[in-house]
Design a protein around this ligand. Sequence first.
Ligand SMILES: NC(=O)c1ccc[n+]([C@@H]2O[C@H](COP(=O)([O-])OP(=O)(O)OC[C@H]3O[C@@H](n4cnc5c(N)ncnc54)[C@H](OP(=O)(O)O)[C@@H]3O)[C@@H](O)[C@H]2O)c1
Length: 326
Amino acid sequence: MRAVVISELTGPSGISVADVPEPALTHELSDRLVVIDVKAAGVSFPELLQTWGKYQHAPELPFTPGLEVSGIVRTAPEGSRLSPGDHVMAMTNVGGLAEVAVAPEFMTFALPENVTFAEGAATILNLHTAYFALHLRARVNAGETVVVHGAAGGLGTALCSIAAIAGARVVAVVSSPAKAEVARAAGANDTVLSDGDWRAEIRSLVPAGVNIVCDPVGGSRLIDSLRVLAPLGRYVVLGYTEGEVSQVKTNRLLLNNLDVVGAGWGAFVRHDPVAFRKIGDEVIRLMNDHQLRPVVGHQLGLDEAAAAFALLADRKAMGKIVVEMR
Ligand SMILES: NC(=O)c1ccc[n+]([C@@H]2O[C@H](COP(=O)([O-])OP(=O)(O)OC[C@H]3O[C@@H](n4cnc5c(N)ncnc54)[C@H](OP(=O)(O)O)[C@@H]3O)[C@@H](O)[C@H]2O)c1
């Protein structure tokens, strides 16, 4: 089969597409495994970090990256609710950027009606994380205001959409007018450019302060994010695309009764099939009842995989990047 291979940790330039053997029927998280003929695979920031060996999950070289896929079930374990031929979306964690992939059964969901393979490959990582961050960690309520940093990215657009469905007013922080359009289409009510005085702009939009800040960017965003929070506000740590792990002095939290909470979806669900399915079922309910869809910004072929990674590295990605097995 053809697959993306990372054979050296030099960034997107270390990626190639090669003929490799089909994957063995093993997975570190389960023995109940589904073999999937992959139609599309998502590409996200964690896979980009893997090309430099900077992600917490670092498989031995050479390896095929790819956290999530959509496709058609080839085989399912005995007694499974899935059958050969079913259209599914699944977390593979590794190996998804290939024509054939293996996923734990508990991480595999039937593709909802009217959801394309490209959308299926863009759903689990970002929409599940956004649901976890907003509902389980930030405890969002209708009528609250939510600021989303990096709001035009894969996770950012998911946060905008799920916050909007929850009845929140969404303020998106983005680096360009084109990205502002993407965030608005995903559900943002207001947009603010990150290269200006975004803190003052948010203050003038929401003088009483906002209730929640969701931050996949990190670095310098932290301190001013705490400053735009209303009393009892919640700042949610999601990642560090800016590079630096941010730090906070606890007196800032004391002064305004603020929460700083981590939202590490993978760490929460990877060893807990019940939690995984619960969040997944809620996301599917939102897809069916509210037409929730991931924003797919780029669809490339397998031979263009290096370009997909470069879009992320060059900060050009809008919504989720999907690589199709065509
Ligand atoms: N906590 C979790 O469970 C979880 C799950 C999934 C992903 N994540 C993390 O969430 C983050 C976002 O992932 P993603 O796949 O959504 O990435 P993405 O699509 O590339 O979006 C990231 C956004 O970060 C902003 N950014 C600011 N400085 C940047 C820089 N120096 N380089 C690149 N982007 C920069 C960009 O927005 P502007 O250009 O508008 O500033 C970009 O749109 C990553 O850190 C990822 O590891 C966490």
